[in-house]
Design a protein around this ligand. Structure first.
Ligand code: SF4
Length: 171
């Protein structure tokens, strides 16, 4: 049985945790059902890359409630595939959230692996006690941003150039 607070911070998707690091305005817009992502060329490119890079592997997406895991490897390894050329906190905390979600909802203590096919690199991710409490305060913050009446003001960053909400913010 969880406390109300734990329950509410397990309501998010991995994408929301990712957007918290990318842009807090994007997090708000996405969470208020302004989901433009399916039209984005970048998302399409990511999906294609994802399929081609892992064609020879038994890639099976696993969906548990609101989280979507790219594939599960041996010894309870939760894998996330990123097309980025940079290892970013957004990726790390998205995967930490999956590990946290599995621990809290299903008592599964899994390990995480971030896969960067463009970098030909893998990064191991572990949900330590410290990471867990850090994540809990991030999730509380995610909740307070989403519950704001209006989105945070737009702040220009290089990410805006390829963001699906560019026209809404800067058009
Ligand atoms: S265009 Fe920029 S400011 Fe607007 S939601 Fe996207 S990343 Fe955020």
């Amino acid at each position: 049985m969880f406390s109300d607070n734990t329950d509410s911070i397990l309501e998010f998707t991995g994408t929301q945790v990712n957007y918290y690091f990318v842009c807090k305005r994007k997090l708000w817009l996405f969470s208020h059902n302004m989901e433009l992502e399916s039209d984005s060329d970048l998302v399409l490119l990511g999906k294609l890359l994802h399929e081609h890079s892992y064609r020879r592997q038994p890639l099976k997406e696993v969906e548990i409630d609101r989280i979507k895991i790219d594939f599960v490897g041996k010894s309870k390894e939760i894998h996330e595939v990123k097309r980025s050329r940079r290892i970013e906190n957004a990726h790390v905390y998205q995967l930490l959230y999956y590990l946290y979600f599995l621990k809290k909802t299903a008592s599964i203590n899994a390990k995480g692996v971030l896969n960067y096919p463009l970098l030909k690199k893998k990064v191991d991710i572990e949900l330590t006690k410290e990471k867990e409490s850090e994540l809990e305060s991030i999730l509380t913050d995610v909740s307070s941003i989403i519950n704001q009446e209006k989105p945070p003001e737009a702040e220009w960053k290089s990410y805006c150039r390829n963001c699906a909400y560019k026209e809404l913010c800067w058009g």
